[in-house]
Design a binder for this molecule. Structure first.
Ligand code: ADP
Ligand code: MG
Length: 247
């Protein structure tokens, strides 16, 4: 079996007495979509944050292409190939679509960078940003202010930001959240093709999307991975049905 592109080793994170992630070890192999599912409050976003560097684990490690990135911050992890999209949008509403992609891809999270618009003249970055916008279907919206985008378009834009850095993995926290049926279907088709470019760790509540896309599914309950397997294996698991999916 090929080496994992992304792996966590025994990630632990507590908030006071609450164990938000409890010894979570998962991996992501080349070409695959690995979905993480589980009830609200199970620790999915906490796990994603630890993987992307937004939250420091109490113990455990994160490996990207075999390299220990546990001590790197979010920007350095992004540069190392961690492509992320968030459950809560971090887009800058007053900026245009194209500005958001370029500045986010540069790691322009703070205001000093945000005001440093000359960055937008970097041709290679502009080219990649425009190509990414084309791919997610926002090619015609590059001059639109983010504030004027629909919810679905903002989700597309977040994927474009991740794409611009040509990441080695995509890490996505509920990309379908708030999309209608049509939007979810379009994004599902898009993610299906994206896995060839880089594997995807996908936290998602939309079970139709999960069962359609995931090569493997891990179920997180109270911070613990209670099962990992194919869609059929997960559907057939008594423990998973009891804890999450229901009958
Ligand atoms: P999920 O994404 O699976 O819905 P979360 O990772 O957001 O779950 O949360 C897991 C648990 O940790 C929840 O009980 C949540 O209330 C708690 N939690 C998350 N972030 C914090 C925080 N910064 N401080 C305290 N508790 C938190
Ligand atoms: Mg969450």
């Amino acid at each position: 079996m090929s080496d994992p592109v992304l792996a966590t080793e025994s990630l632990n994170k507590s908030f006071g007495a609450l164990k938000a992630t409890d010894n979570v070890s998962i991996d992501l192999r080349p070409g695959e979509i690995h979905a993480i599912i589980g009830p609200n409050g199970a620790g999915k976003s906490t796990l994603i944050q630890q993987i992307c560097g937004g939250l420091q684990p109490d113990s455990g490690r994160v490996l990207l292409c075999g390299q220990d990135v546990s001590d790197l911050g979010t920007q350095k992890r992004a540069k190392a190939g961690m492509g992320r999209t968030f459950q809560i949008s971090e887009l800058c509403m007053e900026d245009t679509v194209l500005e958001n992609v370029v500045l986010s891809a540069m790691g322009a999270e703070n205001l000093v960078w945000r005001f440093w618009k000359p960055a937008l003249k970097r041709p290679e970055l502009l080219e990649r940003a425009e190509a990414a916008l084309e791919r997610v279907g926002l090619g015609d919206e590059r001059e639109t202010r983010c504030a004027n985008l629909s919810h679905g378009q903002r989700r597309q834009l977040e994927v474009a930001v991740a794409l611009t850095l040509s990441p080695r993995v995509f890490v996505m926290d509920e990309p379908m959240a708030g999309l209608g049926a049509g939007g979810s279907k379009r994004l599902t088709g898009f993610l299906d093709g994206l896995r060839e470019e880089a594997p995807i760790l996908l936290v998602e509540h939309d079970m139709d999307a999960v069962f359609a896309l995931a090569d493997r599914i891990s179920v997180l309950v109270y911070g613990k991975v209670i099962a990992t397997g194919t869609a059929d294996e997960i559907r057939a698991s008594r423990e998973v049905r009891d804890a999450y999916l229901g009958d």
